[in-house]
Design a protein around this ligand. Structure first.
Ligand SMILES: [Zn+2]
Length: 277
């Protein structure tokens, strides 16, 4: 089984101490994947600190030099690996950025190159804000040469395929869906399309039923699948439905993974590597 930690939302608004308080006891033994927004526009969503609440101007990551230095060091030490999490993380017309945003292709290529130069590492993974993308969003991410961590079924429901390669990918997506329905394909595998790969994730947050997630973990372990545990550092101290905190749920799952045996803790680079068939 492959186990990956995904933490969304670090940006120029994030303090190094906040990340340290969440992952300082984890990243010495397990690499933590941070989904970083390169030019965050604060807005009024969850996790926006008071000092930035309601802000409407983009804040480039490099404006927060203490965070940049902290991340570069962690990346060099192999404790942290990076995905791109949107460009501004806004909600144009009340919709997710990669559904209704404009200039997505240009922004995605620029955001990737920017993160790579500011942080000094390769960034080949995209995590969509609000976990949702439209067809344009997928096209933008593929054109920037990135893969996605996303649970949306790629294909027909996203719109009309306008290129032969998109049409071929839709057919491929249909065959994945059928194989999943009739057996022979687990929901814990990476799907490969012409322009990108897509990995599934499991959420741990305030709405999570920990018992149910533990059963999902066992199912995934049973088939030797990929388990991407997705969370938000700014939700760590919130209660989840079982009464404990998000932090406790994460600690329990990480311990479970350490005890389970035959679990490899991976970075995104390892996730996208072709598996020997
Ligand atoms: Zn986010």
């Amino acid at each position: 089984m492959r186990f990956v930690i995904r933490d969304d939302d670090p940006s120029a608004m994030t303090l190094p101490d906040e990340l340290e308080a969440c992952w300082g006891g984890v990243w010495d033994s397990i690499p933590v994947g941070l989904s970083v927004t390169p030019f965050r526009i604060p807005g009024t969503g969850l996790g926006v600190p008071e000092a930035h609440f309601g802000g409407e101007e983009p804040i480039p990551l490099e404006d927060n030099q203490p965070l940049v230095r902290f991340l570069r060091e962690l990346i060099r030490a192999g404790k942290v690996h990076i995905a791109m999490h949107g460009y501004n993380h806004t909600r144009p017309l009340g919709k997710p950025e990669y559904v209704a945003g404009d200039d997505l292709e240009k922004k995605t290529r620029h955001g990737r190159a920017y993160l790579e130069s500011v942080l000094g590492c390769e960034v080949a993974t995209f995590v969509p804000p609000n976990n949702t993308m439209g067809l344009e969003g997928f096209r933008a991410v593929a054109s920037a040469g990135m893969n996605v961590v996303n649970n949306q079924p790629y294909g027909r429901l996203l719109g009309f395929p306008r290129s032969p390669s998109a049409l071929a990918d839709f057919a491929l997506a249909g065959s994945y869906a059928l194989r999943r329905k009739w057996g022979g394909y687990s929901p814990f595998e990476v799907q490969s399309f012409a322009g990108f790969k897509q990995a599934p994730y499991q959420t741990v947050g305030p709405e999570t039923d920990l018992k149910k997630l533990e059963r999902t973990f066992e199912l995934c372990h049973g088939v030797g699948g990929l388990f991407v545990l997705a969370t938000h550092y700014h939700a760590f101290e919130r209660k989840n439905v079982g009464g404990g905190t998000v932090r406790q749920a994460i600690e329990e799952l990480v311990e479970m993974a350490k005890r389970a045996g035959q679990v490899e803790f991976q970075t995104y680079t390892q996730v996208w590597r072709p598996t020997p068939s």
